[in-house]
Each structure stands twice: as structure tokens, then as C-alpha cells.
Write a protein that binds this ligand. Structure first.
Ligand code: SAH
Ligand code: SF4
Length: 335
């Protein structure tokens, strides 16, 4: 709930400042229960708690990787579960959150795709993942230090109103106060929604899953390209209103003998020419039902070298592979 939602929930009988007190208790002090809001009169606390709940997701399971990554299976009010991942790094923890249960976009290298879409998450459920993981790892006091990536399950741009609402709650200086610069949304390329997001006053940084260097190859790997052509996607990126401090990120999953040749790398450079951007490469994280292989390290190195001559290009190391927490492996795995 944003402040305006809280005002409505409290009703006209309550003074203006009550909604603010509840808002600050929820998102700044991050109370886990309405009866803990000490600034409210006891009677109001009781009556609020009898009608409303602080709907944080609950822990179903937590898997700890040998590399420090933690994968959470969080249970929502309707008993469905989503995955949230914490990737600790010295001074720069990253929380990877989901925007949908499953995903309707049919990328051929992604295990989440195999689930299909069950439903989109509410703004509260998106924020709730961050609050849950922050609380579980003592990050609440050091909030300026962690990054949020909307790169878990789901296509965030197919749930844009809730994703933007969650972003407003997470960034509000009177609430969670996380900087917009520390939140990144990754999309498979839903062009009209990219344009819409660009108009939002408060919005995450934008990352695009490119994953191919030609229209044809992208169509094979990401059938959504049939609807939203690669050429139009790049045009939308050129037209995207970047803020002064912002650059686009392009992500590229390397699949052995499919999209990992030097010629592919050169075409990527051509496609992204003159865009203010960087490229993040990731070697495929294999999984059951995924008909591709990981390229050899030498191939990955050569690909990166070619792109690096033209623009910043980083190799993302897989995190939490042993607990199925890595990119493209989120499928509510129990093991
Ligand atoms: N739906 C959004 C965000 C979630 S996917 C999107 O597609 O951008 C997050 C990232 O994981 C994407 O860049 C996607 O291309 C990548 N990914 C998917 N499956 C993968 C796999 N098996 N190995 C490595 N990366 C994968
Ligand atoms: Fe959905 Fe992203 Fe997976 Fe594609 S890569 S199926 S858009 S979660």
C-alpha cells in the first residue's frame, strides 16, 4: 500500500497523520505486525489488526549455497510460492526478486518458462520479498548498501503498474529509502511497456535481455521476438529517456554453438553502436528440460574481448548453482 491507499483504508474518521504513522512504521521501522505500531492509540491498533494484516510472505524453504547465495521459497497469501535470491558480495549485496509466479514468455533457455504463468504479483508481494530478505539477513540498518534486481521469476514489464508501485514504495525517502539507482529491472523486450516505463517519474534502471545478434536467431530463442522485432527493440532503446546518471544494460546468455561465435559478437557491437550502454554476458546455466549447452570458457573470453573493444562488457559469474538459484533456474525447485 502507498500512503494514499492507507488513507483510504483508515477511512475519513481518522486524522490525516495516522496514515503517515502507519506508513512509516511499515516501511521505515519495518514492523512485522500492526499491533507493534507504538505511535498509534491502542484501540486503533487493535481494530486495524483485526481487519488488516501486514502481508509479508512467509518462509517456505531457504537453501544456502556454498558461495553464500541464499535462495528463498516464499509463500504468498494464496499459498503459491515465489523465489527470491540474496547474493552477498563485499559491500554490495544484491536481492533478486520475482515479479510473477511463473512467466508467460517462452524463452527456450529458461526454466521459469516451463512453468507458464500462474499469476502476477501485487505491489505488496514484490516489496514483501525485499523486506523479508532484508529482515532475515540484518540488512535493514545498512539499506544503502544493497541492490535490487527484478530478474527473478516473471516478466516485470507484463506487470508494470505493480512493479512501478513497488518501486515507488521501495524508493520513498519516508519509507524504505532505497535509491532508484540501486534498482534494476530486466525485460525480454516488451516494447510498448518500455516506452511506458520511460514516462514514469520514479522507475528502476532498465536492462534488456538481448541474447541473440540477428532477428532470426532471436526469434528461435525468444519467440516473443515475432511480436516485438529486434530492430524495433533497438529503436525503442535509442528513444528511451535515460536519466543523466543512467546507462542501459544488455544481457546476453551464451549458448554453445548457437549464439556464441565471434561473428555474433561483432553483430552485437553493430546493433548497440552509439547506445549509452554496457553488456553483461552470462554463460548458460544448464537445467533439466533445457536443450542447450554452456560454451567453453575460451569461447566466452573471445566473445567478451570483441565486445569490450567497443563498450564495457562484463562476465557475470553464476551464483548459487548448487542450489538452483542461478539465472534461468528459478522454477520453485524443492531440491
Ligand atoms: N524476464 C526477465 C527477467 C528475468 S530473467 C528477462 O527475461 O529479462 C533474468 C535473466 O536471466 C535474463 O537476462 C535471462 O536472459 C537470463 N536467463 C534465463 N535463463 C537463463 C539460463 N538458463 N542461464 C543463464 N541466464 C538465463
Ligand atoms: Fe520469462 Fe525472463 Fe525466463 Fe524469458 S528469460 S521465460 S522472459 S523469466
Amino acid at each position: 500500500m502507498e500512503l494514499s491507499d492507507l488513507r483510504e483504508a483508515l477511512g475519513p474518521s481518522q486524522p490525516e497523520f495516522r496514515a503517515k504513522q502507519v506508513y512509516e512504521a511499515l516501511y521505515h521501522q519495518k514492523v512485522a505486525d500492526l499491533v507493534q505500531i507504538s505511535t498509534l492509540p491502542a484501540a486503533l491498533r487493535g481494530s486495524l489488526a483485526s481487519v488488516h494484516e501486514v502481508g509479508l510472505p512467509t518462509l517456505d524453504k531457504r537453501f544456502d549455497s556454498i558461495d553464500g547465495t541464499r535462495r528463498y521459497l516464499l509463500r504468498l497469501a494464496d499459498t503459491r510460492t515465489v523465489e527470491t535470491v540474496l547474493m552477498p558480495e563485499a559491500g554490495r549485496d544484491t536481492v533478486c526478486i520475482s515479479s510473477q509466479v511463473g512467466c508467460p514468455v517462452d524463452c527456450k533457455f529458461c526454466m521459469t518458462a516451463l512453468m507458464g504463468l500462474e499469476r502476477s504479483l501485487t505491489a505488496g508481494e514484490i516489496v514483501g520479498q525485499v523486506l523479508f530478505v532484508a529482515r532475515d539477513n540484518g540488512l535493514l540498518e545498512e539499506r544503502s548498501r544493497f541492490n535490487i534486481v527484478m530478474m527473478g521469476m516473471g516478466e516485470p514489464l507484463l506487470n508494470l503498474p505493480n512493479v512501478l508501485k513497488a518501486t515507488r514504495i521501495l524508493t520513498d525517502p519516508k519509507g524504505c529509502a532505497i535509491s532508484e539507482r540501486r534498482i534494476t529491472l530486466s525485460t525480454s523486450g516488451i516494447i510498448p511497456k518500455i516506452e511506458e516505463m520511460g514516462q514514469a517519474a520514479v522507475r528502476p534502471k532498465l536492462a534488456i535481455s538481448l541474447n541473440a545478434s540477428t532477428e532470426e536467431s532471436r526469434r528461435q530463442l525468444m519467440p516473443i521476438t515475432r511480436k516485438y522485432h529486434l530492430k524495433d527493440l533497438i529503436d525503442a532503446c535509442r528513444a528511451y529517456p535515460l536519466r543523466a546518471w543512467e546507462a542501459l544494460t544488455f544481457e546476453y546468455v551464451l549458448l554453445k554453438d548457437i549464439n556464441d561465435t565471434d561473428a555474433d559478437a561483432r553483430r552485437v557491437v553493430g546493433l548497440l553502436a552509439n547506445l549509452n550502454c554496457k553488456v553483461n554476458l552470462i554463460a548458460l546455466n544448464p537445467g533439466p528440460g533445457i536443450p542447450f549447452e554452456k560454451p567453453e570458457p575460451g569461447r566466452v573470453g573471445s566473445f567478451q574481448q570483441i565486445i569490450r573493444r567497443a563498450m564495457p562488457c562484463f562476465l557475470r559469474k553464476p551464483r548459487g548453482l548448487d542450489i538452483f538459484a542461478a539465472c534461468g533456474q528459478l522454477k520453485r525447485n524443492e531440491g
